[in-house]
Design a protein around this ligand. Structure first.
Ligand SMILES: Cc1cc2nc3c(=O)[nH]c(=O)nc-3n(C[C@H](O)[C@H](O)[C@H](O)COP(=O)(O)OP(=O)(O)OC[C@H]3O[C@@H](n4cnc5c(N)ncnc54)[C@H](O)[C@@H]3O)c2cc1C
Ligand code: HEM
Length: 370
């Protein structure tokens, strides 16, 4: 471990157990000195109290070699434009971070820790600023909801039309804000279509438990409402040069990016066999099965296997989709795309590792922590 990394870890360990208090002090410091900055953050700060602080600490600590994470930091900086972050805010936030840690670290805090955090933060901030500066796209796009359909109790499929063209690649995700119901709360969602001439984007959203944004999108959003979208991210894309057959494994609304990739394949594929495994708890949660079956009937290279894990009379496969994939195969020569909840993605990656699928052939998006 380098000297800088050691100093960062050592100093963080002094405050780690007081994270909540550090976060409280950090935000208070920012908002007291610069009250205008309060407007950049969500109304209910308790929802995600330590989000920014946690993000910065993780970035500073894990990005021991910021050069290596150049692309990520540039994209993060570009993305921060959607929060209305201006260059001068970086210094304020960096200063508050160090003060908050010093405040709770006690006597063991030393000037070398101040310096280590200041140095690491400065490098990261400069990369983010460079990314923001180089971006010629708007910080966000307004988009109008042109269709909204409830497919199951907690699932909605809706279509939006951005006011300006928004370029993305099949399989990517975007962050989305619903200003009418949950201002300043941004969450990521994956378009379920490949780029279209008419520019529309379709989203598949499941309302999770007490989820703030997802429940608004499923239960309250209506045709005519405006949402905001920010720049596309993610690299779960098709490699057009690959001649390998492909396997798509989707759990619930994890189907969205998989459908986007499928739609792209329908435009050019003639030679690759494609297998879709679509799993959910109950048959109601297989909310887009009719459309998948329609595609399978139309394209001879496509097959669809469905499974339910909590619906014993469902006529398809029974069990978790990760186990169902293992019943088919062999899969050693395939490209894999996996998308769904953290638990589903984790279980599928484990299965694939057991089946000795090389990890380089597996791309995935996890909707929650794995
Ligand atoms: C790359 C990426 C792409 C995504 N694409 C989609 C998509 O196409 N469709 C879609 O429906 N979702 C997608 N998500 C998930 C989405 O971003 C939100 O996390 C989800 O909608 C919950 O947001 P919320 O504001 O409603 O919940 P929050 O208010 O953030 O969370 C409320 C509670 O629910 C828990 N929680 C959060 N997410 C989940 C989850 N997925 N399952 C179970 N519990 C959860 C939280 O821990 C918290 O306790 C994607 C996530 C990522 C990272
Ligand atoms: C080293 C510098 C920084 C890093 C590494 C960083 C990192 C992050 C990350 C990873 C997120 C979560 C991303 C998301 O939800 O889309 C986030 C959110 C956010 N950041 Fe930053 N950030 C930095 C500096 C700043 C600065 C200077 C501001 C200006 C005030 C800022 C304002 C925000 C806001 C408003 C959010 C959303 C918070 C929320 O939803 O609660 N960030 N940041």
């Amino acid at each position: 471990m380098g000297d800088l990394a050691r100093l960062l870890k050592e100093s963080w360990s002094l405050v780690e157990e007081h994270q909540d208090k550090v976060a409280g002090y950090f935000y208070a410091r920012i908002f007291l000195s610069y009250p205008d900055l309060r407007d950049l953050f969500p109304v209910h700060m308790d929802v995600q109290r330590a989000r920014l602080l946690g993000a910065i600490v993780t970035a500073v600590q894990t990005l021991e070699d910021p050069e290596k994470f150049d692309d990520y930091l540039r994209a993060l900086g570009r993305d921060h434009r959607k929060f209305h972050v201006e260059p001068e805010h970086y210094e304020v936030v960096g200063g508050a971070l160090i003060e908050a840690m010093r405040q709770f670290a006690g006597e063991q805090w030393g000037v070398e820790y101040d310096q280590a955090w200041a140095d690491a933060y400065a490098v990261i901030a400069s990369k983010m600023l460079a990314g923001a500066d180089a971006d010629t796209n708007p910080p966000y796009w307004y988009a109008e909801v042109v269709a909204h359909e409830r497919r199951a109790n907690d699932i909605a499929v809706f279509t939006v039309l951005p006011m300006q063209p928004l370029e993305f690649r099949a399989g990517q995700y975007l962050s989305l804000e619903c200003p009418r119901f949950q201002p300043r709360l941004w969450r990521t969602y994956s378009p379920a279509n490949a780029p279209r001439r008419d520019n529309t984007l379709e989203f598949h959203v499941r309302a999770v438990g007490a989820g703030w944004v997802s429940s608004a999108l499923v239960r309250r959003l209506q045709v005519g409402d405006m949402i905001r979208l920010a720049a596309p991210m993610g690299s779960m894309n098709l490699d057009r040069r690959s001649t390998r057959d492909a396997v798509f494994v989707a759990g619930g609304t994890g189907l969205a990016p998989i459908k986007s990739l499928l739609e792209e394949l329908t435009r050019y594929n003639r030679t690759r066999w494609v297998h879709v495994f679509f799993g959910a708890r109950t048959r109601d949660d297989l909310y887009d099965l009719a459309e998948l079956n329609r595609l399978a009937a139309r394209y001879p290279w496509l097959s669809v296997v469905t499974a339910c894990s909590e619906d014993p009379t469902f006529p398809g496969e029974q069990g978790d989709i990760s186990d169902v994939v293992a019943r088919y195969g062999p899969w050693n020569e395939h490209d894999f795309f996996v998308s769904g909840s953290g638990a589903m993605v984790k279980a599928t990656l484990k299965t694939l590792a057991e089946l000795q699928v090389p990890s380089i052939r597996v791309k995935y998006d996890s909707f929650s922590e794995m």
